[in-house]
Write a protein that binds this ligand. Sequence first.
Ligand SMILES: Nc1ncnc2c1ncn2[C@@H]1O[C@H](COP(=O)(O)OP(=O)(O)OP(=O)(O)O)[C@@H](O)[C@H]1O
Length: 261
Amino acid sequence: MNSNKKSPSILEINGLTVKMAGFTLVDQVTFNIREREKFIIVGPNGAGKSTIIKAISQSIPYSGEILYKGEDVAKMQKNQIARNIGVLAQHHSVNYSFTVEEIVELGRFSYRKDKLMIKEEKEIIQEALEMTGMIEKRKQSVLTLSGGEIQRTFLAQLFAQNPNILILDEPTNYLDIQYQEQMFRVIEEWITSKNKAVLAVVHDLSLASYFGSEFLLMNQGKAVSRGRKEEVMIPEQLNLVYEMNVGSWLHYLYKHWEKYL
Ligand SMILES: Nc1ncnc2c1ncn2[C@@H]1O[C@H](COP(=O)(O)OP(=O)(O)OP(=O)(O)O)[C@@H](O)[C@H]1O
């Protein structure tokens, strides 16, 4: 099912199940993400997408296996997890008057005892701020940022953290169209140049199919289909899950632009 069978596996999820308050939020979900893959999870509200991310980041109890390069994530040290798996949450709590730069510096926390890394610290933070277009706002308090700027600040923190797999829950939340395009381009360059991978939950089906290399379609806690664009991002699969004619709605939305292309 994976395009790149020779690439080593980065993240392997086997039979992931999450139960809470008597409900099964995620039911026996299995998938595998390899180096350089852009693995996208799509599905309607409440399908269990964010719950999968919460389980990967070890913030909720689960059963089944989550393996990072063959190692059980549940048994890894927090520092080790932070250096390898970086998570961009759907919402960010910004209650303290940190500057943008200070928030980005927190991404380096797991490297604080590593002298070699400390030497390069400033360059890494500078690069992360540049990649996300936040360099000019580096001294500004996060309490004064717009929604999109907050999103870009936390994305910069993730780049500074430099994990091997980026886990992004709705990364284009709050981003204007220019930054949506730029963000996917930056992530694409970053994963291909460094043999990394990304797992992203994306609601916009056009953005998802443009960006993704592998897909997982979720509904009511279950994996409905998994595979390449031609297998998952097709009307036969999507219409059933979203209970509407997805293709004709998207075509209707974009029709306005046809005359300008
Ligand atoms: N602690 C809980 N107790 C009971 N139900 C919960 C709990 N936490 C989450 N849920 C339910 O689990 C389901 C899956 O939630 P989840 O946030 O994973 O959905 P999602 O696919 O990310 O949705 P969205 O697209 O709206 O972000 C939802 O119906 C939610 O109401």
